[in-house]
Design a protein around this ligand. Sequence first.
Ligand code: G6P
Ligand code: MN
Length: 446
Amino acid sequence: MKLTIVGGGGFRVPLVYGALLDRKERLGLSEVVLYDIDDTRQDRIGHVLDGLAEEKGTTLPFRTTTDLVDAVQGADFVFSAIRVGQLEGRVIDEDVPLGMGVLGQETTGPGGICFALRTIPVMTTLAETMAAHAPNAWLINFTNPAGMVTEALQRVLGDKVVGICDSPSGMCRRVAAVMGKDPKALWFDYFGLNHLGWLKDVRDGTGAPLLDELLADETALAKFEEGRLFGGDWLRTLAMLPNEYLYYFYYAADTVNAIRGGGSRGAFLLQQQREFYARNGANPEAALADWRATRHDRERTYMAEARSAAGQDGEHDIEENSGYESEAMAVVDAIVNNTREVLILNTANRSALPFLDERAVVEVPCIVGRSGPVPVAVGEVPAHAASLISTMKDVERTTIEAALTGSEQLAIKALALHPLVPSVNTAREIFDGYRRRLPELAETFA
Ligand code: G6P
Ligand code: MN
């Protein structure tokens, strides 16, 4: 089996490689290829991977390339986690709206629209290269904004593109932990779009609904991230548990204030990651130690702006050996070994959410086997969630059209229809700000 990692120099690649080291026999892995446009970054990460293999006392040969066709030729699985425009781009995505008092948010906010405008054309090229040179391959897409990118790539790859995110499964594990239960023994009624989802109930083997009891228990709520972020009152009002990213919708103004006081996530990461990649990492053991320390700092400060807005000064709970890489591994394993495991993934709706059409990409529990994810029927959901999902799906599709056609009118329409953007004039100003600061956007939207 050939697996290609697109964005091979990315900071989280060691997580994926470490997980592959543990499962190489089970997956029948024979070839791992790292592809990136920047070979120096790949080189730096390559030493970290060597350090991991040495530490585990096992090997999984990998090679690096900057030739996309060579990378995907005959692949069975392609993982993609790229950041078009790198962290410099993220800073602009977040900064421009903030200059107008609007929260940028690099995935579900107006920042995500700008991020998508430059990412979708690049990802479409990847999908077309796969269709030509690896027609049977699955694309496991981590590239953000993951829901929108997955929706856009369906046009080329159909159901062979699967969008993944560690946020819903992370929430389910945290909920199971406070309930003192094994997550595998529970059913999680989760629904929505990527970074825009809700847990509407949790059931155990008896079918009894368990969420209300959790939402009524302040001591339990204080023990996990989403409970602390949203607060018991609002959670009981919603009677659901929102994905952590919904903080940016429910508490947008508070987040803007917190960022003004403490700086944006993009600016912090730009500095941190620049320093990491600039350090000499030729010794595998030292490279691994340096990467681990840097990662620890990154995780510790994850969503710090939301925590600060919520008056929480604690650090993010760091989960080892779970989240990001496990999500990717679980999908590959379920397809290769036809496990029919239930995973929360981004795939075409079919009729999971009855108020959306069949092809709309949604993030819902899916049964995953050899032929890929099959979404389960979610059914009715509370009206406010359905309307926010519908609005954001329209914003996503407008953004995709704008990205593929270079239409300024559609790009401004997408921004203006976004719930966080308060006026059409603000949308125009945000778009002009983006175009001024991003040469690639100036070129596409000339
Ligand atoms: C979570 C989300 C990812 C996102 C990441 C951001 O893992 O699910 O979609 O990319 O957080 O983390 P960062 O350290 O870049 O702020
Ligand atoms: Mn995500």
